[in-house]
Design a protein around this ligand. Sequence first.
Ligand SMILES: *Cc1c(COP(=O)(O)O)cnc(C)c1O
Ligand code: SF4
Length: 325
Amino acid sequence: MNWRKELVNSYTRIEDLLSVLELDINQIDQLISTKTYFPFRVTQAYASRIKPRDPNDPLLLQVLPTSGELLSPQNFSDDPVGEEPFKKDSSLLQKYHGRALLVATGACAINCRYCFRRAFPYQHMVKAKALENAIEQISRDLSIKEVILSGGDPLILDDQELETIFESLQRIKHVERLRIHSRLPIVLPSRVTKRFTRLMRDTSLNTSLVVHVNHPNELDNLTIESLRRCKDNGLILLNQSVLLKNINNDIKTLTELSEVLFSAGVLPYYMHLLDRVKGASHFEVSDTEALNLETQLRTRLSGYLMPTFVREIAKKGSKIPLAQI
Ligand SMILES: *Cc1c(COP(=O)(O)O)cnc(C)c1O
Ligand code: SF4
């Protein structure tokens, strides 16, 4: 099936997913309705990796809206990473030296409940002309050597739209690198089309693809094949994860995650501490626990399989390693 059709066939009603998983709605603690904001959305490809009849499945917990979302501790806000003041243009974020982040679309294939996007007004950033303005902005700023396509999820754009962006960026002499941050190769593996891998391979820019996997169960055969197609075309593959309570905050899971990623051709890059966005506090792992996990994990893994544990702090010039916080 074509990936667009697959995307349209995603679950948007909690009842439908629960019924496929043979779960009774009463077995789920404190489910809430999300009709008005950050709706429920899960691809069938991702859903197929959730174990049936297990209300605590780590993949299910990433997408299920529960009453934890209604808590709002004081240190959780709507703009936890301080992006508002950094917008040089409506779809361009430049916080770090040499790199600019282009919000290519506000949409995603899946709505991860812990995501900071749940509270961020991305819709207005991707209106017509915003992209054009952003590219114009990049062409005038000689300090930008790397452009990161992010979102939302940039692979929601089709290959033709991506090609147009690639072509514009290629024409800018000072831009050397193009990075794509996307969860689609994981949650919708059919998105990794031949045309996409060729685009990435054939552009004159140096490319990398950063995927997003939090738990080893997310890598099933179809996903591994999609990553293999990238690898076979010489793409550099990295992974970022978020450290999430009851999902991956244990040594066994984190060890296996790095190992499984590497066997799929992906190197662990960042392990993000949760961005403190309102509605996600029930996923938070404390800094002390995270530091313990990092220390232990280092004794289990080859050095190159060790992700860097980082937190994003507003107004800092880089993501900050946990040990320095
Ligand atoms: C995370 C991030 C980057 C990329 O940072 P790296 O440390 O190079 O991966 C760039 N821009 C913004 C706004 C970011 O949040
Ligand atoms: S931006 Fe990434 S983490 Fe956030 S909802 Fe989309 S896929 Fe999930």
